[in-house]
Design a protein around this ligand. Structure first.
Ligand SMILES: [Zn+2]
Ligand SMILES: [Zn+2]
Length: 351
């Protein structure tokens, strides 16, 4: 097999590299900068040029990072490697690997919905496709993003009329910036953000992603009223002392998990918006079709269910054990050390 699940990550023996390894390796080929796909300690990293700033930002100054533009092949020991837009977050890529006429594509994370912060997913033909399966159940279907964003705007309007702060939680890298970019289309009001989002948002802005003005909620004068303001915050800020400044507020979570009936209430949010950076069920099936692959390996999420479904449709499909984590479910802190503000690490209430 050209790529196999080894102890440290997905391994290409012919090229001597790993894709999104979870242990330090000699040569890491990286799909995108989320913490479960990009880990510290490898000797060298290769990623898509669009994602290079984010990868470097997350790894820190010492790491050796090289990049290639989307579509441009890099040859590693006779194996051709190229990156193709995955539509997941800014700079995210599928990794295409070609050796002696055999073509594999490792998807990383991907989505098919439009996202103003990144290049759209590009279907890539291959014989073997390694897919994620975060939301691989038929109940996960997304409304068009404009409709979900309109719901967020309506909620903000409602809170503005009620004179209450509206605190929207989401993944700190990708989701938060996507929400900001979407809001820029319907308002020119400044949005407040948690400090953990500032640097990542700056990287996006400096990379040319159009984003509305943001204000750091901690920089505002003590006693400032956030009545009617929208505040975007990472999950790690939930239940922290940082939240006290907002007093009586309405809370919401932007995530694909909000599609599950009762999930919002169980997790204690006032509102839920099913806005995901992962493909929904039709998006996954469409992508498998578009790839033309006869063989599919399934990583993170509903791996067994999805592999079984694909087998029933006549494909060769197997789940693969990996350490990827998928989309945080709204109760856990998702930030690594160094990205959070002091005082926001208190445990989450409930489950
Ligand atoms: Zn991801
Ligand atoms: Zn993932």
């Amino acid at each position: 097999m050209l790529i196999e699940p080894a102890s440290g990550g997905l391994y290409c023996a012919a090229g001597g590299f790993h894709i999104d390894p979870w242990e330090p390796v000699e040569r890491a080929v990286i799909s995108h900068a989320h913490g479960d796909h990009l880990r510290h300690g490898s000797r060298a990293y290769l990623c898509a040029e669009a994602g290079e700033r984010l990868v470097k930002h997350r790894l820190g100054g010492e790491a050796r990072v090289e990049s290639a533009p989307y579509g441009a092949a890099v040859t590693i020991d006779g194996v051709r490697v190229s990156f193709h837009p995955a539509g997941h977050i800014f700079g995210s890529a599928q990794v295409r690997v070609e050796h002696r006429g055999e073509v594999w594509v490792a998807s990383g994370d991907y989505k098919r919905s439009a996202d103003p912060t990144c290049d759209p997913f590009e279907p890539v033909r291959c014989q073997t496709f390694i897919t994620e399966a975060t939301f691989a159940l038929p109940l996960f279907t997304w409304d068009p993003p404009q409709a979900t964003v309109a719901e967020i705007c309506a909620w903000w309007d409602e809170m503005r009329s009620a004179g209450r702060p509206a605190v929207l939680f989401g993944y700190a890298l990708g989701k938060a910036q996507r929400v900001l970019a979407e809001l820029a289309r319907c308002t020119d009001r400044a949005v407040f953000v948690h400090g953990a989002l500032v640097d990542l948002t700056t990287v996006y802005r400096e990379s040319g992603v159009p984003l509305p003005p943001i204000q750091r909620a901690t920089e505002t004068a003590r006693g400032k009223s956030f009545a009617g303001e929208l505040i975007v915050a990472p999950l790690s800020a939930r239940g922290s002392t940082w939240m006290r400044r907002f007093g009586d507020h309405s809370s919401a979570f932007a995530s694909g998990w909000m599609r599950i009936r009762g999930a919002r209430r169980r997790r204690g949010y006032d509102r839920g918006f099913a806005l995901s950076d992962h493909a929904d069920w039709p998006g996954l099936l469409q992508t498998i079709d578009d790839s033309g692959a006869e063989r599919v390996f399934v990583t993170h999420g509903y791996t067994h269910q999805f592999a079984r479904y694909l087998r029933e449709r006549g494909l060769e499909a197997q789940p693969w054990e990996t350490r990827y984590e998928g989309e945080p479910e709204g109760t856990n802190a998702e930030l690594g050390p160094g990205n959070s503000e002091p005082g926001n690490r208190s445990p989450q209430p409930g489950t």
